[in-house]
Ligand binder design. Structure first.
Ligand code: DAK
Length: 256
């Protein structure tokens, strides 16, 4: 349990909660705490799905600009690796992760949301990569995960312009998956996470195949898919799923 990033698990769903008033500005300590939280939910067998949440007001307004103002080139270079590593660890959590976004998800906050499989946004949510207005570029996935998700042209508009975009615009771009009233978005994310938590071990293979495959050429990605497809036959849940189908029954998966 970190000072600003905590993990709470209930009925198979872990919530990683970011909590640093007033706007969840991400300082160096929090990057480490995010990585710790990611490792915890990745390795805890009681956790079957994850919700990433910044609370009811703001998801995260980005890196702490007050702290960053004093950083030298060497500080930035040293911390760049730590932050990339923290966000990579989050993105590689082998379970379904849903970011529930209330209010602003800007800069590093938007990049944090991009580490999740899905983004459920409140109708008042605003996303953006405003780093250019500070004389920076995104440094934690905003030029890469964003471009892969919404395409290079839209990503260029976001990164070059530094503007904020509402939830509906983000939904049309494919960055936001679902929009809910602000006071419902977290509960809806937990509800979906609970459904994924009841799913088979194959969900892990599906996530790995899609995420890792996207970084490979097609032939290598198809080979990875074949290997992971075959690996599902080594799982107990594959037998449970097929037996349930043949018995016209409901599968009770074990995540094994
Ligand atoms: N950092 C520190 N403080 C922040 C902050 C931030 N990112 N955002 C807001 N605050 C503070 C404000 O200074 C203000 O503090 P007080 O004046 O009350 O002391 C308080 O939060 C409330 O903010 P506002 O008064 O501005 O409230 P509004 O509702 O009017 O506006 C806002 C909210 C979130 C739209 C606005 O504050 C805003 O535009 N904030 C800045 C957003 C931003 O530019 N974010 C991007 C930061 S750059 C790295 C990789 C990546 C990164 C860094 C390093 N490495 C590889 C090393 C990421 C960089 C970024 O994220």
């Amino acid at each position: 349990m970190g000072e600003f990033v905590s993990v709470q698990t209930d009925d198979g769903v872990a919530t990683i909660r970011i909590d640093r008033a007033p706007v969840n500005a991400l300082n160096v300590q929090m990057w480490g705490e995010c990585a710790d939280a990611a490792r915890q939910v990745a390795t805890d067998d009681d956790v079957r799905a994850v919700v990433l949440w910044g609370g009811p007001k703001v998801f995260a307004a980005g890196a702490d600009i007050k702290a960053m103002r004093e950083m030298s080139f060497t500080d930035a270079f040293a911390h760049a690796g730590e932050l990339q590593e923290a966000f990579r660890t989050l993105a590689e959590v082998p379970k379904v992760v849903i970011a529930a976004v209330n209010g602003y998800a800007l800069g590093g906050g938007c990049e944090l949301a991009l580490t999740a499989d899905f983004r459920y946004a409140a109708d008042n949510a605003k996303f953006g990569q405003p780093e250019i207005k500070l004389g920076l570029i995104p440094g934690a996935g905003g030029t890469q995960r964003l471009a892969r998700l919404i395409g290079t042209q839209a990503a260029k508009e976001w990164v070059y312009g530094g503007e904020m975009y509402d939830a509906e615009t983000c939904r049309q771009l494919g960055l936001v998956d679902r929009i809910y009233p602000a006071d419902e978005v977290y509960d809806r994310a937990v509800e979906s996470a609970r459904a994924y938590a009841a799913g088979p071990y194959a969900l892990r293979m599906a996530k790995k195949a899609i995420d890792e495959g996207m970084g490979l050429d097609l032939a290598s990605a198809l080979k990875l898919e074949t290997e992971l497809f075959a690996a599902t036959f080594a799982t107990r849940d594959r037998e449970i799923g097929m037996d349930a189908f043949l018995a016209k029954d409901r599968a009770e998966f074990t995540q094994r």
